[in-house]
Ligand binder design. Structure first.
Ligand code: ZN
Length: 197
């Protein structure tokens, strides 16, 4: 195709999720003709995200210090804990403005086909948090697809014997979809209408 640096850039961009070969080429040539200051800002942002961003030691959301913004907020309730798959789901739920509790980010969902079992998720860490006895309700906000449902069922069986109320987001969310793609109103309603499992 092309030689040297431009091809390297196209190859690297092409490895990103959602970027096909044509888009990779388009972005690479855009970068080539862009203002150097703009390209520097992009390069700095890429480096900074790897240097500065880490995972919250409590909930595993993305954070720039030991704990994420949600865990550091003293006004939030410790009695309600919402389990999600990924940090982007925290953002989606925060956008609804419906939730004032804490989160726990699993880092994915149970998916036997891809070799992801309970041990590959942060379930042990979740049980440790629940062991403090502060949490009264656990909201299972995993994605409304096969893997998310399997994960929710697994967690419900594990947690209910601990005497903690376990709820699941109400239906109305697009089945088979990703939580992050639900609009704020639908997700907000699903939150309000959550049901015991
Ligand atoms: Zn946190």
């Amino acid at each position: 195709m092309y030689e040297g640096a431009i091809q390297d850039l196209i190859d690297e961009l092409g490895r990103l999720p959602g970027v096909g070969p044509k888009s990779a080429q388009r972005i690479a040539f855009h970068v080539l003709s862009a203002d150097p200051a703009d390209v520097n800002r992009l390069a700095t942002a890429l480096r900074k995200v790897k240097d500065l961003v880490r995972f919250c030691t409590t909930c595993f959301n993305v954070a720039e210090s030991e704990q994420c913004r949600v865990c550091r907020d003293p006004r939030r309730s410790n009695e309600v804990l919402c389990v999600v798959e990924e940090p982007k789901d925290v953002v989606a739920i925060e956008r609804t403005g419906e939730f004032r509790g804490r989160y726990h980010v699993l880092g994915g969902a149970i998916n036997p086909l891809e070799g992801i079992g309970p041990d590959n998720l942060r379930i042990r860490e979740l049980l440790v948090r629940l062991g403090t006895g502060e949490v009264r309700e656990l909201i299972l906000a995993t994605d409304p697809n096969t893997e998310g449902e399997a994960t929710a069922t697994y967690l419900a069986l594990l947690v209910k014997p601990m005497g903690i109320a376990v709820t699941r987001l109400a239906s109305g969310l697009p089945v088979g979809g990703d939580l992050e793609y639900a609009d704020e109103i639908t997700l907000g309603r699903a939150f309000e209408g959550r049901r015991a499992v």
